[in-house]
Design a protein around this ligand. Structure first.
Ligand code: ATP
Ligand code: MG
Length: 392
């Protein structure tokens, strides 16, 4: 029996005139996601993307797993192709869904007839298929309200398809349709989740990571690479820019009051990240901040950070609780990596009593002891580029 994957598109259906752009981006992303899974024909017709294996080597299990991580997909299902006759559909349903039909007690059939040339109406087809299944699986009864299994038959232009319950897709919009932004990524729990959330809205990512060797290790940086790899399973390939940040931090430590250290450091991160973002054609920065989580994430501290921002700073986690962030990070697969105990440049120099409501004037005065421009420039000349691809 020939299997295919049927993919239903999400919110993008609402996009009217831009619809074509979204469709094309989605097709491209689906093809990219299927790389390394074997040969598949990917085509779009009647608001469905068809993923059709081309030979015995095509790995349907892996393809299905990959499709589950493509943004812009609202649901997807493995189906079997049936001949476009009542008997063809009946036989396909009885055979293809054998394992499910043998285990459930109740079922119903739902049919959709997109090809109006087909001689039976949808209710008539459901009736014929239902009757056939009752004959072949005598333990079954029909329950139209709360069936254990819904058998779906779809009659389309090139073939008929039979399948069970579709799986929910990753949702959101196809990567690339929401612009491009730079994620400030640490090795923590929050920023990978923030990256994933913005990617889900169709945003292509580039990553900026600040490292402070020798205070932070090579292994800590590798951890960030691994986190981004997980994110790239959803967000596509990206580049990680590792910025040498040691000198900036040492300067702040020596020349500014300790209680202001973190906010001044954050302002440097924003200055450097947005210079990189502009070079990379990004329209925004993304951080994993959540209101009140730590001293540098109070409203006043965030205002001080944003005072140096000339690009919008997206903080998709701003109103979320830690427990929600953790739940999401488990779902994405970043949690187990995030909790590995490697130092981050933020934790190396944490002040004992950080100021939680720093007035901007005090911050600016403290910064006047530093060669801000020179330090930013130095960071921009000290960047390492790493290509991030999903682990195959
Ligand atoms: P996370 O779990 O994302 O590390 P956090 O709760 O530990 O967040 P902070 O350490 O205060 O919070 O960092 C706040 C945000 O600043 C992070 O979410 C991230 O966007 C950015 N950030 C922190 N450290 C770095 C770093 N070393 N490189 C790049 N961005 C960073
Ligand atoms: Mg952190």
């Amino acid at each position: 029996m020939k299997e295919v994957l049927l993919i239903k598109l999400g919110e993008m259906v609402l996009k009217g005139q831009n619809r074509r752009v979204f469709d094309q981006a989605l097709l491209k992303n689906i093809k990219q996601a299927l790389r390394g899974t074997g040969a598949f024909d990917v085509r779009y017709a009647q608001s469905t993307v068809y993923v059709i294996p081309e030979d015995a080597e095509s790995d349907m299990d892996l393809a299905e797993e990959r499709i589950g991580k493509v943004f812009g997909v609202i649901s997807y299902v493995r189906a079997c192709t049936a001949e476009k006759t009542v008997e063809g559909i009946q036989k396909a349903a009885a055979e293809y869904l054998r394992a499910e039909l043998e285990t459930v007690k109740t079922f119903k059939v739902e049919s959709k007839r997109a090809d109006k040339q087909f001689p039976l109406t949808s209710p008539e087809l459901s009736c014929e298929v239902g009757g056939y299944l009752l004959e072949h699986y005598p333990h079954l009864t029909v329950d139209v309200h709360h069936p254990d299994l819904v058998v779906r038959a779809e009659v389309r232009d090139f073939a008929a398809y039979v399948h069970g319950t579709p799986k929910p897709g990753a949702g959101g919009f196809p990567i690339g349709t929401g612009g491009k932004a730079a994620i400030l990524i640490s090795g923590g729990i929050d920023s990978p989740v923030a990256a994933w959330m913005m990617a889900r809205r169709g945003v292509e990512l580039t990553a900026v990571h600040f490292a402070s060797p020798p205070y932070t290790s090579e292994r800590a940086e590798q951890k960030v690479v691994e986190l981004l790899r997980r994110v790239s399973e959803y967000g596509g390939h990206m580049v990680m820019q590792t910025v040498g940040f040691t000198h900036v931090q040492e300067e702040i430590l020596q020349k500014c009051p300790e209680e202001l250290f973190t906010v001044i450091m954050r302002r440097f991160m924003v200055r450097v990240a947005q210079a990189i973002a502009r070079r990379e054609d990004c329209g925004a920065l993304i951080t994993g901040e959540s209101l009140g989580q730590v001293a540098s994430q109070t409203m006043q501290a965030i205002a001080c950070t944003d005072a140096v921002a000339t690009l919008p700073v997206f903080r998709p986690l701003i109103g979320t609780d830690k427990a929600e962030i953790v739940a999401l990070s488990r779902k994405i697969g970043t949690y187990e990596i995030s909790i590995e105990p490697y130092e981050d440049c933020c934790t190396v120099f944490t002040p004992r009593h950080p100021r939680t409501r720093p007035p901007l004037s005090i911050i600016e005065k403290a910064e006047s002891a530093l060669d801000v421009e020179g330090l930013v420039q130095e960071c921009l000349e000290n960047i390492k580029y790493t290509k991030i691809r999903r682990a195959q």
